[in-house]
Design a binder for this molecule. Structure first.
Ligand code: GLV
Length: 313
């Protein structure tokens, strides 16, 4: 069996070696322009257009992350090539911690205490410490969103979740399903104080959170985006942060990454920026998961995590 790795930069070798440690009999190469030996499986991130021309015999493409839009946008992607995403592999736990950290920081007004300390000010601030006053709303109840929703429910927060299908349920989570009618989105937003965006970027979610939809959140709400920058219209979010309708935003993902130096997010007092690190693919567990699925596909068995091209995730 031949496998080709198409990951840019220094990480390619680590992916190659870790997958090789699980698939001792496979021939595993790192793709570079001009490499045309046909492989059976590819493992990668943002393959260049030429990649699929050079690799006409692939049986599946494995994304080394949870998101797959970087593959779906490729102009030469064969229509029938199965694309497989990483399922959790430890990313859910990181997402939970990211969201918990931001919510606790806002609940406890820690940014203001940091500023007070810098100014030598001792001034207890009013705050809503009760978790019941912090209903969170998880947009997207996939592998990762589900973990965030259950963790917050277990912590005692009221949890709302918005999902495409009403079949998706989670104990302790109030589900607002798209399948139940479009007004459920509005009800979901109105019931939420901290919006957590965990849905993939698809034609259906692109620009979903704009001035009009974000305004549905109650005054003084917060936004966390750990999914993709394209779900938020930046001008709308900034306008609502400027006007004070929204109290804060923690953003890990952006329309353009790295976030351009002149972007207002960098210096906005209500915005926290992290460089797309809310959930980093853990090499060990993810490589094992991919290697196991390659073995299963090679034996003509079914695997989970195959992207539905119609839904785009
Ligand atoms: C990271 O953004 C991923 O899709 O895993």
């Amino acid at each position: 069996m031949r496998i080709v790795i198409v990951v840019g930069g220094a990480k390619a070798q680590a992916w190659r070696d870790t997958i090789a440690s699980h698939l001792r009999d496979a021939q595993i190469d790192i793709w570079q322009p001009g490499f045309t030996q046909p492989a059976d499986f590819a493992v990668g991130w943002t393959p260049p257009p030429q990649f699929f021309i050079d690799q006409p015999r692939l049986r599946a493409f494995f994304s080394v992350g949870a998101g797959v839009e970087h593959v779906l946008h490729n102009p030469n992607l064969p229509a029938d090539l199965p694309i497989v995403r990483v399922e959790d592999a430890g990313m859910g736990e990181q997402m939970v911690d990211y969201c918990r950290f931001e919510v606790l920081r806002w609940m406890q007004r820690r940014d203001e205490y940091v500023a007070q300390q810098a100014a030598g000010v001792w001034e207890p601030l009013d705050s809503a410490f009760s978790r019941t006053e912090w209903p969170v709303g998880v947009f997207g109840l996939g592998v990762l969103g589900r973990q965030v929703a259950s963790a917050f429910a277990a912590d005692g927060f009221p949890v709302n979740a918005f999902a495409r299908s009403s079949a998706a349920t989670e104990p302790g989570v109030q589900l607002f399903a798209e399948a139940d009618g479009t007004d459920r989105f509005e009800a979901f937003m109105r019931a939420t104080k901290v919006l957590m965006i965990l849905a993939p970027l698809t034609p259906a979610t692109q620009d979903k959170f704009n001035r009009d939809t974000l305004r549905l959140l109650p005054r003084g709400s917060y936004v966390i985006n750990v999914a993709r920058g394209g779900l938020i219209v930046d001008e709308g979010l900034l306008e609502l942060l400027d006007s004070g309708h929204l109290n804060g935003a923690a953003l890990d993902v952006f329309r353009t990454e790295p976030l351009p130096a002149e972007h207002r997010y960098w210096s906005h007092p209500r915005v926290r920026v992290t460089p797309h690190t809310a959930a980093v693919t853990p090499l060990g567990p993810a490589s094992k998961q991919i290697a196991d699925k390659i073995t299963q596909l090679a034996a003509n068995q079914n695997v989970t995590g195959i992207v539905d091209r119609g839904r785009a995730y």
